[in-house]
Design a protein around this ligand. Structure first.
Ligand SMILES: NC(=O)c1ccc[n+]([C@@H]2O[C@H](COP(=O)([O-])OP(=O)(O)OC[C@H]3O[C@@H](n4cnc5c(N)ncnc54)[C@H](O)[C@@H]3O)[C@@H](O)[C@H]2O)c1
Ligand SMILES: [Zn+2]
Length: 358
């Protein structure tokens, strides 16, 4: 039986299905999906080679006439050029206003295919079929879509909700270890910002989770999706609460950018970002030493890095200034107050941040 979580957004509400070996149940969920004359399965090279045929057959068995578009994959293809190519594929393969886009892959495929669906003929339906841990716990839920510009990440996009998210945890068996770890950093983030029980579970089940035990995965992915659904239902367009999901990210984006996106995966950079957000919170007595140590220990115990290496602290702070949330020379950050509770803190003096960057 799949776990089903509803994202409650009025007319844009949808379900997230999570299960193991649950692919056969997908066809039955597609009965009401708009089908137009053609629909399209969008994937990347690696994922399509592993799972493309299986999904193609399922979609066909649901009575859909399916076309395929395979992207090169990787962050470097999440750009306007790929998007333009995808629109052309959609037109030349005969999609119309009733067609549906199926995004099979990690966050890169989900973000591009979702934005293509948001904008093609002013918007057609799309379904997320996330295959990476990061996509199953984070990017496939909540409707943020978009692409990168050479000037920065995710600068063009739309809030556009899918009509269904379907995650089979068995797909994670083929995920490279560093990609699995990247997802785990986001899972830890949910524990720190929202749910001390999830945090406890991550502490007590380290070996099973590292070994990708399917039942543990269903538990943690379901819990992360429930939390994201709850947050997005209250604040779809990130006017406040949703910003909590950025814990570790302002630091993390600086670490990623200053190492030209080569040294760290996104999750590794976020993990280090959480270590420093926690250190800053401890330095200002916002979190007690014991909780701060638990955050850092958990990150360490999952094999994630704790330090950014040899970047100059002044460069890190300068880069953090570019973040969209800042005002008037001060910096806004999400900081942990306790295990399971974080706050958005504004007006932070940059010198205070530089002082804890050791
Ligand atoms: N929309 C959102 O709310 C949101 C949230 C977080 C991140 N993101 C975006 O997500 C992207 C990162 O997502 P990602 O980490 O999934 O990266 P990704 O899509 O590049 O996938 C990582 C790698 O894993 C491979 N892969 C995926 N599933 C696999 C599987 N089952 N087996 C084997 N290999 C597999 C992919 O081919 C790729 O090489 C970034 O662009 C980020 O901006 C979006
Ligand atoms: Zn992230």
């Amino acid at each position: 039986m799949n776990r089903v979580i509803n994202v409650d957004l009025g007319e844009q509400s949808y379900n997230i299905h999570i299960g193991k070996e649950c692919l056969p149940s997908l066809a039955g969920l597609l009965a009401g999906v708009p089908r137009g004359s053609r629909s399209i399965l969008v994937s990347d090279d690696i994922v399509f080679r592993l799972y493309g045929e299986q999904f193609y057959e399922i979609l066909q068995s649901a009575g859909l006439k399916i076309e395929v578009a395979v992207l090169a994959g990787g962050e470097s293809c999440k750009n306007l050029e790929t998007l333009g190519w995808l629109y052309e594929q959609m037109i030349s393969k005969g999609l119309d206003r009733q067609s549906t886009v199926f995004a099979l892959g990690g966050g890169v495929v989900g973000d591009i295919a979702g934005f293509a669906a948001a904008s093609f003929m002013r918007g057609i339906g799309y379904i997320q079929l996330p295959t990476s841990l990061l996509a199953q716990v984070d990017s496939s839920v909540g409707g943020k879509t978009g692409v990168n510009l050479s000037l920065g990440k995710n600068l063009v996009g739309a809030f556009y909700q899918p009509s269904l998210v379907f995650a089979d945890v068995n797909l994670l068996n083929t995920l490279a270890e560093k990609e699995y770890q990247t997802g785990l950093a986001e899972v830890i983030k949910y524990g720190v910002i929202w749910d001390s029980k999830l945090f406890d579970y991550l502490e007590t089940n380290i070996e099973s989770i590292k070994a990708r035990d399917m039942d543990c995965l269903i538990h943690i992915i379901s819990r992360c999706c429930e939390i994201k659904a709850e947050i997005v239902a209250q604040d779809e367009k990130e006017k406040g609460l949703r910003a909590l999901l950025n814990l570790g990210h302002t630091f993390g984006h600086a670490f990623e950018a200053l190492t030209e996106y080569k040294k760290f995966t996104h999750g590794q950079a976020v993990a280090i970002g959480m270590v420093y957000a926690t250190r800053l919170a401890a330095a200002t007595d916002m979190i007690n030493e014991q909780d701060a140590k638990r955050v850092t220990d958990l990150i360490k115990n999952y094999g994630l890095p704790l330090h950014y290496g040899d970047i100059r602290p002044s460069e890190i702070v300068a880069r953090m200034h570019l973040d969209k949330k800042n005002t008037g020379g001060k910096i806004t950050l999400v900081l942990p107050a306790a295990i399971g509770r974080s706050e958005i803190v504004g007006e932070i003096d940059p010198a205070q941040i530089e002082a804890i960057l050791i």
